[in-house]
Design a binder for this molecule. Structure first.
Ligand SMILES: Nc1ncnc2c1ncn2[C@@H]1O[C@H](COP(=O)(O)OP(=O)(O)O)[C@@H](O)[C@H]1O
Ligand SMILES: O=C(O)C1=C[C@@H](OP(=O)(O)O)[C@@H](O)[C@H](O)C1
Ligand SMILES: [Mg+2]
Length: 196
């Protein structure tokens, strides 16, 4: 992936990574820290479709969701200059990887144990069994672990920066990402305890 933004209006950062890594949560913290807007592509999909992500998966199937998602990602990358959080599967679509070229892409990683603990009670369709969702022969935890293992290399390859979120607070992660991107506002407090 090429380093550096593709245009003056490019988003400050695009967060990728698996379900439960904290993209939506850390994205809000990072946008607040930088005083910029935040866009979550899943929220944008829900707003445009008038249905939840789970409803789209069940009613239309995953390929339809991925096509819709790719269109929304391509759109917000050209219109949104703040922080963007993608859904966990977005970068598995080749068209999404293509439009991410030249953007500042940050991979939020998470261990399988910590990530699954964060999402086990949620409504994420790929962790449920049924039409358009996961296999009925496996548990949600099996599906979580298998999908994470399947996607890990792609997240790593697409990102400019990777940070492990396991056991770390969203605010600390936002601070670290802003520093890594070199976009921390001048007024932000410096790290405490560093030698002067
Ligand atoms: N760094 C973190 N530490 C602990 N819990 C977190 C952290 N980041 C997110 N969470 C929690 O994990 C769940 C999933 O977070 P979310 O931001 O929706 O992840 P993603 O968008 O990557 O799927 C939420 O309940 C959120 O509060
Ligand atoms: O990993 C995935 O394929 C998905 C992740 C979800 O977003 P989060 O990663 O924000 O949970 C959401 O887009 C959908 O349920 C599919
Ligand atoms: Mg999310």
């Amino acid at each position: 992936m090429t380093a550096g933004p593709v245009s003056d209006h490019a988003p400050v950062a695009v967060l990728i990574g698996f379900m439960g890594a904290g993209k939506s949560t850390v994205g809000v913290a990072l946008a607040d820290l930088l005083g910029v807007g935040f866009c979550d592509t899943d929220h944008e999909i829900v707003a445009r479709a008038g249905r939840t992500v789970a409803e789209i998966f069940v009613d239309e199937g995953e390929p339809y969701f991925r096509q819709f998602e790719a269109e929304v990602v391509a759109d917000v990358l050209t219109t949104h200059s703040g922080v963007i959080a993608l859904g966990g599967g977005a970068v598995m679509t080749p068209a999404v990887r293509a439009v991410l070229a030249g953007h500042r892409v940050v991979h939020l990683a998470v261990s399988p144990d910590a990530g699954f603990a964060r999402v086990r009670s949620s409504k994420r369709p790929l962790l449920r069994a049924g039409p358009g969702t996961g296999s009925v022969d496996t548990t949600p935890e099996d599906r979580y672990r298998a999908l994470l293992a399947e996607r890990a290399e792609t997240y790593q390859r697409v990102a400019d920066i990777t940070t492990d979120t396991t056991g770390r607070a969203p605010a600390a992660l936002a601070d670290e990402i802003a520093r890594a991107l070199g976009v921390l506002p001048a007024s932000a407090p410096r790290d405490e305890g560093l030698p002067s």
